[in-house]
Design a protein around this ligand. Structure first.
Ligand code: MTE
Length: 122
């Protein structure tokens, strides 16, 4: 489903894909492991920014293991499951999204899809 929503040719393509939940330490919390393989480029700095923002609210923010990255020109972020945590993460993302989206759009308009056929990409 993630690949379909990020596929440049898809009629269902989205600029931003947010998941919620499954980022913790529970044995069934496997969202980061599911998302990471379908990303073309990880953005650990943005993930770090999400954790930093969370730490302003609770030391337990580090119990989520966010994965952020791009697939083609879409940004994918794995957010924690609680409404409170999502709100806190969105505050942080809102500040970053305009510039990230601008940069992703620039790549799109030049019709560059460097990851479309890259070896090892799924
Ligand atoms: N991040 C923020 N910003 N605010 C929070 O309250 N809760 C943490 C963490 N991240 C929290 C947060 C807690 S207590 C847990 S257990 C994990 O997110 C849960 O992540 P999950 O719901 O994705 O498994």
């Amino acid at each position: 489903v993630v690949t379909k929503w990020c596929d440049p040719e898809s009629s269902e393509r989205v600029d931003l894909l947010l998941t919620s939940g499954g980022t913790g330490f529970g044995l069934r919390d496997l969202t980061p492991e599911a998302i990471r393989p379908v990303l073309h480029r990880e953005a650990p700095g943005v993930a770090q920014a999400l954790l930093n923002e969370g730490l302003k609210h609770t030391p337990l923010a580090v119990l989520s293991r966010p994965v952020v990255g791009t697939r083609h020109a879409s940004l994918v972020c794995t957010l924690p499951g609680s409404v409170k945590a999502v709100r806190e993460n969105i505050v942080c993302l809102k500040a970053l999204l305009p510039r990230i989206m601008e940069l992703l759009k620039e790549g799109e308009s030049s019709h560059v899809q460097p990851y479309a056929n890259a070896p090892g990409q799924v």
